[in-house]
Write a protein that binds this ligand. Structure first.
Ligand code: IPD
Ligand code: CA
Ligand code: CA
Length: 265
């Protein structure tokens, strides 16, 4: 299938930008309400409003494409049909607490492969994007992973699941990172963590996340020169290209060392 990637990118950036406007207006003017899904996971009226907006735009522009969305279609998988993988707000807890580290994430998969990713952080006015094979960018500036940093000087980000029933291994891993790397960051947006590896602000990021958390950021990180692999087993049934289980994304020279740091019993 031949797709016009420049047109797709312009479209994805436009809807990401408007999604950002919805976020900013909700926080600064209109307000929002908060609720919990599955009893423990925060979701705001703005997550749902942005989901609605993005889906409407996608259906109108690309009626033959499919949408895998955290809020409205989380169980769809990939096939040959172009599939948009969207997270209306990545960093909902940050959003609800008036932090600025929040993003909308839009990825496009074709034939099961990552083709395009846009991550827009409206409170920081940072728009990250990548097209497969064409590099990664932040507001028009080409991004490159910062490689060659020693493990001792590596700044490493991670995140923690909403459900707190299996924290033992997770805490061991954080302890290893604290002992062997420079420091740990828990910034609250997986999509931005991946973009920050791409931008050289972090040397590594690891976490088990869902497809919509990593769909766009994974391409942006890889296009900036990061290595994408796993620090533990893949347990969920998602195809590997959108499977966020045990995700380890880092500067190439750190990959083997990080795998050892994160190996726990
Ligand atoms: C969450 C954020 C967070 C990560 C969680 C995700 P949400 O996404 O990306 O950084 O640690 O695993 O679920 O719920 O804000 O879209
Ligand atoms: Ca998310
Ligand atoms: Ca979300």
């Amino acid at each position: 299938m031949t797709l016009n990637t420049d047109k797709l990118l312009a479209f994805a950036k436009r809807i990401a930008s408007h999604a950002g406007t919805i976020m900013v207006e909700a926080r600064e003017k209109k307000g929002f309400s908060a609720d919990y899904k599955a009893d423990h996971e925060l979701v705001t009226s703005t997550d749902l409003a942005i989901d609605h907006y993005l889906c409407q735009e996608l259906i109108a522009a690309y009626p033959d494409h499919r949408i895998l969305s955290e809020e409205s279609s989380p169980n769809l998988s990939l096939d040959a049909v172009p599939t948009w993988v969207i997270d209306p707000i990545d960093g909902t807890v940050n959003f609800a607490h008036h932090h600025r580290h929040v993003a909308v994430s839009i990825g496009l998969y074709v034939d099961g492969q990552r083709l395009l990713g846009v991550v827009y952080a409206p409170f920081l006015d940072e728009c990250y994007w990548a097209i497969k094979g064409q590099g990664a960018y932040l507001n028009g500036e080409r991004l490159w992973v910062v490689d060659g940093v020693s493990l001792r000087n590596a700044l490493v980000a991670t995140g923690f699941p909403y459900q707190k029933n299996a924290l033992e291994k997770l805490i061991k891993r954080v302890s290893n990172v604290l002992h062997q790397c420079q420091d740990v960051r828990r910034n609250g947006s997986a999509a931005l963590d991946l973009c920050w590896v791409a931008a050289g602000r972090l040397q590594a990021y690891y976490e088990s996340v869902k497809p919509w958390d990593m769909a766009a950021g994974a391409l942006i990180a890889v296009e900036a020169g990061a290595v994408l692999g796993r620090y533990d087993e893949v347990e969920s049934a998602w195809p590997l290209e959108i499977n966020g289980d045990s995700l380890l994304v880092c500067a190439p020279s750190l990959y083997d060392a990080m795998q050892q740091v994160l190996a726990v019993d």
